[in-house]
Design a binder for this molecule. Structure first.
Ligand code: NAD
Length: 279
């Protein structure tokens, strides 16, 4: 019988821990407050920001959305970021992507204060993830995957983990986090020669390619733990990168979409907000 790795249960546990931490911080006169930088009127970003604000408020944290026009130039946006670094009322902030084409994202990432960089955009925090140093922050989605594996006590040490996707927000940092827990890690991507063969070798298979239902039964060995990071829309419904109906019959455990990794990601952001406050 396949084990469903519900993200909601993980999020619930994180929520309890975060609420305790927020109460402690509040008793010391600190209200942990998240900043969200929004450039332009992109609907998805706006709705993410509004729902993150609501979630903060439910937990007793603060949230300020800093909205700038789509036509803002590099210098002005950099000034705003430097102001956020100095703003003592904002403990951590994230910058919604994509940024407009006139903005050099790399230069923006370089000036974020690493102590407020709770979604791990700065070179300093990224380097820490790659060095196996836990003193910085991790990209929230990659950490959400680790939170799920650890919550359900999925053995990682010595296991063969195969990740499909090598982005800087999911695949690559996740490979380092799994390596830190002593997995043997393979990263697959669009140029991988025999993806099905690589995937079939996995004890833990993580799909983070952004391709609807691309992981089929031919790519999964019986007993595999399958983590689906993908969020795609197909025929008007949300689906992952895994063809769930097929793969759940083979997997020993699997995350659903929706209700899997995505449910944990925002809680991880708030956990990192509280962590930076404590520091
Ligand atoms: P991305 O497009 O930046 O990277 C995708 C990676 O997958 C690339 O490295 C590419 O080489 C690889 N890839 C693409 N097609 C492939 C194929 N056919 N075979 C092998 N490799 C392939 O995407 P991303 O930002 O890393 O996001 C990946 C997925 O995760 C998306 O569906 C995204 O919506 C989702 N996501 C979910 C959350 C969450 O909270 N659950 C957060 C961020 C991203």
């Amino acid at each position: 019988m396949v084990q469903i790795l519900s993200g909601k249960a993980v999020a619930q546990k994180l929520k309890q821990d975060i609420t305790v931490e927020i109460d402690i911080l509040k008793s010391k006169g600190v209200i942990p407050t998240l900043g969200i930088v929004l450039v332009g009127d992109e609907e998805d970003s706006l709705s993410y920001a509004n729902s993150a604000k609501k979630r903060c408020e439910t937990l007793g944290a603060g949230c300020n959305i800093f909205k700038f026009p789509a036509g803002i130039n590099q210098d002005d946006l950099e000034k705003k970021i430097l102001e956020l670094n100095e703003n003592r009322d904002i403990h951590g902030y994230i910058i919604m992507k994509p940024l407009p084409s006139q903005i050099n994202e790399k230069r923006i990432a370089e000036i974020i204060d690493p102590a407020k960089d709770i979604d791990c955009m700065t070179p300093k925090n990224i380097a820490k993830v790659f060095a196996g140093d836990n003193t910085g922050f991790s990209p929230c989605t990659a950490r959400a995957v680790m939170e799920i594996l650890n919550f359900y006590q999925i053995p990682i040490e010595g296991k063969r983990a195969v990740i499909i996707g090598r982005s800087m927000v999911v695949g690559r940092p996740l490979s380092m986090m799994l390596l830190k827990q002593n997995a043997t890690v393979t990263i697959c991507h669009t140029r991988t020669r025999d993806l099905a063969k690589e995937a079939k070798r996995a004890d833990i298979l993580i799909a983070a390619a952004g391709k609807a239902e691309m992981v089929t039964k031919d790519m999964v060995s019986p007993g595999t733990v399958v983590i689906d990071v993908g969020i795609n829309f197909k025929d008007g419904r949300m689906v992952g990168d895994v063809l769930y109906e097929e793969v759940e019959k083979l997997a020993s455990a699997i995350t659903p979409v929706p209700g899997g990794v995505g449910s944990v990601t925002t809680m991880v952001l708030l956990k990192q907000l509280v962590e930076t406050c404590r520091k």
